[in-house]
Design a protein around this ligand. Structure first.
Ligand code: ADP
Ligand code: ZN
Length: 305
């Protein structure tokens, strides 16, 4: 059986046809054009979905359903995108109703990080875990929490928005208005900001890592290590709160690899509150590019709540 997964993002929307084994049979992506109305974007996405189905000789009636992941804050009870900072044009948009105009199959809608966690459970790094947390460190920071064999979605689908846990209130003010959010101090955006301030020119977080690990700039190393320590602090809070067996970290920044995983792992071994907490496994995400669309399709293929 087949599902469509749609991962709506600030820069692009990924769309995939996914079978019941979690294999992506066909996929495409569209730039999220901020000059278009969201309803026009949905028209284009629907066209792309029909294109994928046509290519495989399928009809919309062959679909088990359509899963949609989108950045928070959203409201899955109301089926709306609420107020994601990078998608201002979509604020309040009734995304589920918009897709229902195009398709009669079941439509399920969840936060993108929650959906990506389900993808890791389904075909990724968390297949054996009944209790785990998936964390994405990229432009922002988010998480999906899987506990007792189920996703914790919260009342409105916003559970796991750990990017806005306060970690260091002295550090400055986040886009959300609170001071010292995890995302404000440890995301790729945060590392790039601090590194650019240090150098007096604009660089990316990837470039900051390369400089830090070249051993030529101790201050850049400090910036990077501070971000890793903040991620460690966030992980310890999550371990102490949810008692997971496993943490899975994905997102662009996690591609830096061992330096981050070793630093976070050391922090957990030192500060998690109980012996089992200190033993919490930490592994890289198995799915990178396709986590969002596989997760969106997983919402249709597997029971999660
Ligand atoms: P998005 O936030 O749009 O999902 P990504 O997950 O690719 O995008 O995250 C982008 C962030 O990851 C940027 O801050 C970028 O500098 C950083 N990044 C991308 N690739 C790497 C890499 N190989 N190593 C370290 N950081 C990376
Ligand atoms: Zn915040």
């Amino acid at each position: 059986s087949y599902a469509i997964g749609i991962d709506i993002g600030g820069t692009k929307t990924a769309i995939g046809l996914v079978n019941s084994e979690g294999q992506v049979l066909a996929k495409t992506s569209l730039p999220t054009d901020q000059t278009l109305l969201p309803s026009e974007m949905v028209d284009r996405i629907a066209e792309a979905v029909n294109g994928l189905l046509n290519d495989k000789g399928l009809q919309p009636s062959d679909l088990l359903g359509i899963g949609i992941g989108a950045p928070g804050p959203l409201n899955t009870k109301l089926g709306i995108i609420a107020e994601p900072p990078n998608m201002r044009g979509w604020w309040g948009f009734p995304v589920v109703a918009a897709f229902k105009k195009h398709f009669s199959s079941e439509i399920v809608f969840e936060n993108d990080a929650t959906a990506a966690a389900l993808a890791e459970k389904w075909v990724g790094a968390a297949q054996a875990a009944e209790h785990f947390i998936y964390i994405t460190v990229s432009t922002g920071i988010g998480a999906g929490i899987y506990s007792h064999g189920k996703l914790i979605t919260g009342a409105t689908g916003n559970a796991g928005d750990i990017g806005h846990m306060a970690i260091d209130p002295a550090a400055g003010t986040c886009v959300c208005g609170q001071q010292g959010c995890l995302e404000f101090v440890a995301s790729g955006t945060a590392i790039a900001r601090s590194a650019s301030e240090l150098l007096g020119r604009s660089i990316t977080s990837k470039e900051a890592f390369d400089l830090a690990f070249s051993g030529q700039d101790g201050r850049m190393e400090e910036i990077v290590n501070r971000a890793f320590r903040y991620i460690g602090i966030g992980c310890v809070s999550l371990i102490n709160t949810f008692d997971p067996e496993l943490l899975v970290i994905g997102g662009g920044v996690s591609q830096v690899g061992a330096p981050m995983f070793d630093a976070v792992s050391d922090y957990i071994k030192r500060y998690a509150l109980n012996p089992s907490g200190r033993d919490t496994q930490l592994v890289p995400a198995a799915l990178q590019q396709d986590a969002g669309l596989i997760g969106a399709a997983a919402l249709i293929h597997i029971p999660y709540s």
